[in-house]
Design a protein around this ligand. Structure first.
Ligand code: ADP
Length: 455
């Protein structure tokens, strides 16, 4: 109530001024009524003048941007100015807080791996994050306020948006870029819609791979099973001679072995995918492995090829012995199986610049056309299907080799020329290779180096 006191004091001051002026007029004219009139007039004018000045100052401040403080007058105007200033500051603070919250909210949506797009009741874009802009090939600034259906014209999308029933997500092939999108729409506010998009390219590809894989496995198993069923039927129904019976049993045995090899390869693949990376401090003597592989290859070749598979490497590889054996043996076995009689197969060991090393299996077989090379490591991919099956191949061998090499931080490389032969190279990183003389080196140092190179 201090403003009331100061107002009363001002009224008292005006009254005193009016009284003084009235007294002067009365002394000069001797007319009482004139003195009273002039006195009251002067008092009122003074009050009005002071109010007008203070009111004007407050209005000027209000019309401005209110960045400086309100006029610090005494009395009613000062109180009014102070109250208005406080209300303005409170409003500014809550607007700033709201803006900050909105910015944080939008940057959280911006960071989302999913596309988020807001549409108003007219299907115009109100806001979209960068991921949605990328999914729908939009410009997040230029395309604001544009109808989404003018920009994303895929008929399936337009129909889905306009149907208004969004229980199931829409799966949309991304025509402007590679990939597949899963799109979900949700209604919110008054006629507003939220469009969420998710890139499911990888998922779709994995599902297709899984389907292909199951179809391939079923096919690979069904063929020998059909043959076996046929033979069983024959054994049941036909009176066979001892020789015929023997032949049928041999063929049945072959088919059984084929299925066993397939199941073994499938299990190997599953095991490779599910087990941890090979430790970088388990050293396997390469020469021992090569001796075993060469012995098996000699049995398989049965003298049909010139084999040169036993280089003295004096090297050790860090990894899992059974996997290293499987990778090298797969290449050597393939070389023997695919190289016609009289051909030559060589296995070489080479230490490269920087300490990396490679095992090279070279044959003088039929070679592989350039277009097949990138696909050789796909599961069940065969260049020559009949030759592969004839020789007991499953189509999984090189896929297993690739997996093993990746797990050992290495790589499988293939060079080949039709009619001349093929060269399969297993590249090992320096950290997983050591020579007999290096073995003296602390195992810990070798472990650290291998662990580093694997990351
Ligand atoms: P498979 O069990 O059929 O041999 P792989 O995965 O080991 O399966 O090999 C894939 C395909 O690559 C084979 O079917 C074959 O056509 C081709 N291939 C592999 N090694 C050789 C080679 N040394 N010479 C010619 N072709 C080869």
């Amino acid at each position: 109530m201090t403003w009331l006191l100061s107002r009363l004091l001002m009224a008292l001051g005006a009254t005193l001024l009016g009284f003084g002026v009235g007294a002067v007029v009365r002394a000069a004219t001797g007319v009482d009524s004139l003195a009273l009139g002039v006195g009251v007039f002067c008092g009122v004018v003074l009050m009005l003048f002071v109010d007008a000045v203070r009111g004007h100052r407050l209005l000027t401040w209000l019309r401005g941007n209110q960045l400086d403080s309100a006029p610090r007058d005494t009395g009613l105007w000062g109180e009014l100015g102070y109250r208005i200033e406080r209300a303005v500051r409170d409003r500014d603070r809550s607007v700033a807080r709201g803006r900050l919250e909105l910015e944080q909210f939008l940057s959280a949506i911006e960071a989302s791996p999913n596309g988020v797009l807001m549409l108003d009741a007219q299907e115009q874009i109100v806001w979209c994050n960068r991921v949605a802009a990328d999914h729908f090939s939009l410009d997040p600034e230029r395309d604001l306020r544009q109808r989404i259906t003018n920009l994303v014209r895929a008929p399936a999308f337009v129909a889905y948006l306009q149907a208004g029933s969004y229980a199931e997500p829409l799966v949309l092939g991304n025509s402007r870029g590679p990939g597949t999108l899963s799109i979900i729409v949700r209604d919110y506010g008054e006629g507003m819609r939220l469009v969420l998009s998710l890139d499911i390219t990888e998922r779709v590809r994995n599902e297709a791979m899984r389907r292909d894989f199951v179809a391939n496995v079923s096919h690979e198993i069904r063929t020998p099973l059909t043959v076996l069923a046929g033979f069983i039927e024959t054994l049941h129904t036909l009176p066979l001679t001892a020789v015929e019976r023997d032949r049928v049993l041999t063929l049945m045995n072959q088919q059984t072995q084929r299925m066993q090899t397939l199941v073994a390869d499938l299990l190997t693949l599953a095991q490779l995918e599910g087990s941890p990376r090979p430790a970088p401090d388990r050293w396997v003597a390469l020469d021992g492995l090569l001796t075993r592989i060469a012995a098996d290859a000699e049995v398989l070749s049965a003298g049909s090829h010139r084999l040169n598979l036993r280089p003295a490497t004096h090297a050790e590889l860090a990894g899992i012995e059974s996997e290293l054996l499987s990778a090298i043996a797969n290449l050597v076995t393939n070389a023997v199986r695919y190289t016609p009689e009289g051909g030559q197969i060589d296995l070489a060991w080479r230490v490269l610049e920087g300490g990396n090393a490679e095992i090279c299996v070279v044959d003088t077989g039929p070679g592989i056309a350039r277009e097949h090379i990138p696909r050789l490591t796909e599961r069940f991919y065969r260049v020559d299907g009949s030759r592969s099956r004839e020789t007991g191949g499953t189509g999984l061998g090189l896929s297993i080799v690739k997996h093993i090499m990746q797990r050992h931080g290495g790589e499988l490389m293939v060079e080949s020329e039709v009619g001349k032969g093929s060269r399969f190279r297993l590249m090992f990183p320096a950290a997983r290779v050591r020579h007999a003389s290096d073995s003296a080196l602390g195992d810990e140092a070798a472990f650290n180096a291998a662990a580093l190179s694997d990351h």
